[in-house]
Each structure stands twice: as structure tokens, then as C-alpha cells.
Design a protein around this ligand. Structure first.
Ligand code: HC0
Length: 568
């Protein structure tokens, strides 16, 4: 422990504390731009400089630790001027089209410029002329707006280990780019959107598909249905001033109805179906010598990753489509048959915390209903935009219920949205199928939490099953390398692409940090506890689906509609 002062406020803290964090302890927020609490420090922007009493040289607060007796000043004329200079230099080449920018009112640079009173550029504003890249249908790159903070590079290279983007060149030529400056679709990009999640400005964002949905809703000849992913319900509220993790399911359903969707359904219904199919696939592989370990297949960024980096392990990946795509297939086969609707008139929309879901829905091999199974995917952010455009007060909506039957779901399904959730949901069902006994307690605490790799052993009445969960792709590599080397004795592996699982998806409200994810995770476990049915095989709507339509899990019809094969 060392003793320091910051702006005269005494602080006692461990000597490994960054000046930035020590200042927080003193109640002082030092401005940052390149710094992000979940990423390795780069210290490129120099906005967080502070003064050391008695010295002229300024120090960056994000990359320097405190030492005993140090006296820092965070608000001297020299510090304020240095920060203003940095902002003026960035703004000198930054486009001034804030009104048209997707991050308007939610941009870290705009906020800093406002805070520091930088209303006029230091030099004549000469924004760079770089064409916007939006040809991949998922991620838009407007690199004229890039402030070169390097957060996206850190995320892509170090956290996700995808390496689609990097920095190149020096001095004024310095830029964030792909190899040979090719479009993203020619890179190793897996469309996870984690670069978007950490971008402080409007340089990276998802392709906006809201207009397609407005048009469908306005077309009286169409029957427009919507499904909502589990992780959306604990994050959407942030767009309307609620705390992260607030469970907004009832208001979300009411808002979707108010927007004009004909039926409001739940991806969670299909998550329960996924457990029926994937749980049985696991048991089938275990009893008939199939390829093990079985690896979950519901996270589309992960599927893109395995196809690109570990194609030799594709046989380990479950043949189950993701819940989004299972829902899509059932929404254009089972649902129209049951509801007496012409499937050709159905427009199937999904609200996802994820950008890779846009890519997944457009995969050519996923259209088994005879139509495109999911027509439009919107992120949590895009849905919030639609609600704001419609002008009603989200917070004043009364809670509403999902429509039946594709809106009926269980607690097992809602926890799909967090790392460890798919595994826990599977175990809640597999245990009872294998043992024929009721679980006394459905909570598998050992697979929960945001740790990178979680291992557990489950006793299925004398039969031991070893499972492991990898949270984010860097951690996935640890498991995949072991499988490749033949050094792994797990039977079942959960891999979610985004750190934390879908609660931290690339389409969630901006400003997501580890702390936000923890709050959203707690929200999902609370939602699980509050549901009366918490195991997928006990979902009455899923039982009816098998009785009336599919027959049984892994039936011919199930295979046709709900399974697929991925390829390198
Ligand atoms: Fe997820 Fe899913 S849990 S991937 O994160 O499995 O996006 O929330 O919808 O499909 O259910 C995302 C979230 C889903 C799917 C489900 C799975």
C-alpha cells in the first residue's frame, strides 16, 4: 500500500494501481479515449495526462502506476491545455457530420469536445476522404471517422484472436486497416462485432436494416412475426435509461406489439427445442461412438471462427442449427400450418444482441423451410432506434406476454444468453433423460460466471460426464488446441464467441464493460428463477411441437428442418 495525493485528496492504494484508478478512488474522473477498462492499455491518445507536482513533464494516467509519496494534479492549466490540444488535433481531420452520425449524442469524442469546450477546430477542418465500406451486409466501416485509438485492433487481435484488422504505416499515414486494405469479407473477420462494441466513435457500426422492417410492417399483405433473443431483454433498458441487467421482457413484448408486429415470439422457445435436439445428439454420440467432444453450435461468430481457423474440428460441432435459425425454420413450417397462414406471406424478423446473426441468417445452406428462414435480423441497438422513432415512452409501457405457441419458454432457455447457460440448460435435461430421476436442484453453479474457461464433472447416476465452457474466442483456442492434440477427455464443450456470451454481443447497447455484463448476467439468472418451468423438456409448447409435428428429437423431420452441416 502506498500513500499519494491527487488534487490534494489523500489516497491509499496498492502500488500497482494505475493513476487513472487511483483518481477514481479520489472521486476524480480523468478523461480517456484510447483506454477501455477491458482491454490492454495502448496509451496512444495522450488525453489522460496528469501533472506531477513540481515537474513540467506530463504523465499518462492510463499507463503509469502510482508510487509512494507522489502528488498528482489532474486539472492544472498545463493539463487542460494538453488535453484540448489533443482533441483539436483529432478534430482537425475528423468529419464534422455529427447530425448524420450513428453515434450522435452517444459518441465519446463528441462528449469530450463538449466537455473541453472545443467548439472550433484549431486548423481548417480537412476530413479524410475515405469511402465507407458496407459491402459485407453486417459491419460498416467508416474509417474517415477512425480516431486510431486501437481499441478495435486490441479486441480483434488479442481478445478474439481473429486478426482481421491491424494498424499499418507510420505518422500521418498511420491507420487501422485489413491485410492489403481488402474489404472485410476478404479478411478473417467472423462478424462478431466486438470491434463495434469498443469503438468510441462512429467508425464502426452494424448495417442498419430497420427500414426493411418498417416496410414489412407497413405492408398489409405480409404477416410479420418477430423473435427476441434471451440477452436482449436484460440490455435493451439501458437505451432508455434503465440500469444494466434490468429485466424488460414485458415492456419489450409490449413495444414490439406497439411497433406493429403481428405476432411477438421468443427465441427462447427455440432454445428449448435446441436442448431437446442437442442433448439427444450428445447422448447418441456418447452411446454410439460418435465424434466427441460435442461442441455447441449456436453462436454464429464461433461457427465462422471454427470454419476459418479449425476446419479439421467441424465434425465435433453439433449439427444443430442455432435457436435463431431453428425458430426461423419452424416459423415458416410448423407455425403457418398450425395457424392456417400462407408461409409465403410471413416475414420473420429477429432481434439479436449479435451482429454475426445477420451473417448467419443469410447463409445459403440455411433455408430448409423452403424460404429464407429468418428474413431480417436487427441488433438490440437497432430495435431501440425503432422504438425511439415510433415516439412512445418505453418505460411507461405495461408488461405484456409473448404470443403462443412460439413464445412459450423456460428458465433453461433464458440463460442461453450468458456464458455457461447453454451447458447448464443441457445438463438440466440430459440428467433427467439419462437417469430417469427428477433433479432436486436445477442450478449448476459450477458452470456459471465470466471466467474464461470453466470445467465441471457431472455425475449422471454413476456415469460421469466431463464438460468445459470457453467464454470468448481466445479461451476457445485453449480448448480447441487440446482437442486437436488429442489431449482432451471432455464429452461436451460450450463455446460462445463473445466474451461473456450474448450478454456481451456486438449488437448490444454501446458502453458495455465487464461490469455491465455482470449485471446483465445477474438479470438472466433472476429471470430464470422467476419462471415457473426451468427445464426445456418440460416446456408444454415444445412437447406439443414434437407430438404434432416433429415426432421425436433427431427424427427425419427434425434433421431436415433443425440441423445443418457447416463447412470450411
Ligand atoms: Fe444468443 Fe442464442 S443465446 S446465440 O447469444 O444458443 O445472439 O441472446 O439468441 O440463436 O437462444 C445471440 C443471445 C441467441 C441463438 C439463443 C443460442
Amino acid at each position: 500500500i502506498v500513500n499519494i495525493t491527487i488534487d490534494g485528496v489523500p489516497v491509499s492504494c496498492p502500488e500497482t494501481t494505475l493513476i487513472l484508478d487511483a483518481a477514481k478512488m479520489a472521486g476524480i474522473d480523468i478523461p480517456v479515449l484510447c483506454y477501455h477498462p477491458d482491454l490492454k492499455v495502448r496509451a496512444t491518445c495522450r488525453l489522460c495526462v496528469v501533472e506531477l507536482k513540481g515537474q513540467k513533464k506530463l504523465k499518462t494516467a492510463c499507463s503509469n502506476e502510482v508510487w509512494d509519496g507522489a502528488e498528482f494534479i489532474t486539472n492544472s492549466p498545463a493539463v487542460r491545455q494538453a488535453r484540448k490540444d489533443v482533441l483539436e488535433l483529432i478534430l482537425a481531420e475528423h468529419p464534422q457530420d455529427c447530425l448524420q452520425c450513428v453515434r450522435n449524442t452517444n459518441c465519446e469524442l463528441q462528449q469530450l469536445a463538449r466537455d473541453f469546450g472545443v467548439s472550433k477546430p484549431l486548423f481548417a477542418n480537412q476530413p479524410k476522404q475515405i469511402p465507407i465500406e458496407d459491402s459485407n451486409g453486417v459491419i460498416v466501416r467508416d474509417m474517415a471517422k477512425c480516431v486510431k485509438c486501437g481499441r478495435c485492433v486490441e479486441m480483434c487481435q488479442e481478445v478474439q484472436t481473429v486478426g482481421a484488422i491491424n494498424t499499418a504505416h507510420r505518422s500521418v499515414e498511420y491507420e487501422v486497416t485489413t491485410a492489403f486494405d481488402r474489404p472485410l469479407q476478404d479478411s478473417t473477420c467472423i462478424y462478431c462485432g466486438q470491434c463495434i462494441a469498443v469503438c468510441p466513435v462512429g467508425a464502426l457500426y452494424e448495417k442498419d436494416d430497420t427500414e426493411k422492417v418498417w416496410q414489412a410492417i407497413g405492408d398489409s399483405d405480409k404477416h410479420v412475426i418477430v423473435q427476441v433473443a434471451p440477452a436482449v431483454r436484460v440490455a435493451l433498458g439501458e437505451e432508455f435509461g434503465l440500469e444494466p441487467g434490468s429485466i424488460t421482457t414485458g415492456k419489450l413484448v409490449a413495444a414490439l406489439r406497439r411497433l406493429g408486429f403481428d405476432k411477438v415470439f421468443d427465441t427462447d422457445f427455440a432454445a428449448d427445442v435446441t436442448i431437446m435436439e442437442e442433448g439427444n445428439e450428445l447422448l447418441e454420440r456418447m452411446s454410439h461412438g460418435g465424434t466427441l467432444p460435442l461442441i455447441t453450435s449456436c453462436s454464429p461468430g464461433w461457427i465462422n471462427f471454427v470454419e476459418t481457423f479449425y476446419p479439421d474440428l467441424l465434425d465435433n460441432v453439433s449439427t444443430c442449427k442455432s435457436p435463431q435459425q431453428m425458430f426461423g425454420a419452424l416459423a415458416k413450417s410448423y407455425y403457418p400450418e398450425k395457424a392456417g397462414i400462407d408461409a409465403a406471406k410471413i416475414v420473420s424478423v429477429s432481434i439479436m444482441p449479435c451482429t454475426a446473426k445477420k451473417y448467419e441468417s443469410a447463409r445459403p445452406e440455411i433455408n430448409s423451410s423452403g424460404y429464407r428462414d429468418v428474413d431480417v435480423v436487427l441488433t438490440t441497438r437497432e430495435l431501440a432506434r425503432m422504438i425511439k422513432q415510433a415516439g412512445f415512452d418505453f418505460n411507461k409501457l405495461s408488461n405484456a406476454e409473448f404470443d403462443a405457441p412460439l413464445g412459450i419458454s423456460t428458465g433453461a432457455a433464458v440463460i442461453f444468453g450468458t456464458s455457461g447457460g447453454v451447458m447448464e440448460a443441457a445438463l438440466r435435461t440430459v440428467y433427467e433423460v439419462v437417469t430417469g430421476k427428477e433433479l432436486a436442484n436445477v442450478d449448476f453453479e459450477g458452470v456459471r460466471g465470466l471466467t474464461g474457461v470453466k470445467e465441471a464433472e457431472v455425475d449422471l447416476d454413476g456415469k460421469k460426464v466431463k464438460v468445459v465452457i470457453a467464454n470468448g474466442l481466445k479461451n476457445a483456442r485453449v480448448i480447441l488446441d487440446k482437442i486437436r492434440a488429442g489431449e482432451c477427455d471432455y464429452q461436451f464443450v460450450e463455446i460462445m464467441c463473445c466474451p461473456g456470451g450474448c450478454i456481451g454481443g456486438g449488437g448490444q447497447p454501446w458502453g458495455t464493460t465487464q461490469a455491465t455484463k455482470e449485471a446483465r448476467m445477474a438479470g438472466l439468472y433472476q429471470a430464470d428463477r422467476e419462471l415457473s418451468i426451468r427445464q426445456s423438456h418440460k416446456n408444454p409448447a415444445v412437447k406439443a411441437l414434437y407430438d404434432e409435428f416433429l415426432g421425436k428429437p433427431l427424427s427425419h423431420k427434425s434433421h431436415e428442418l433443425l440441423h445443418t452441416h457447416y463447412h470450411p
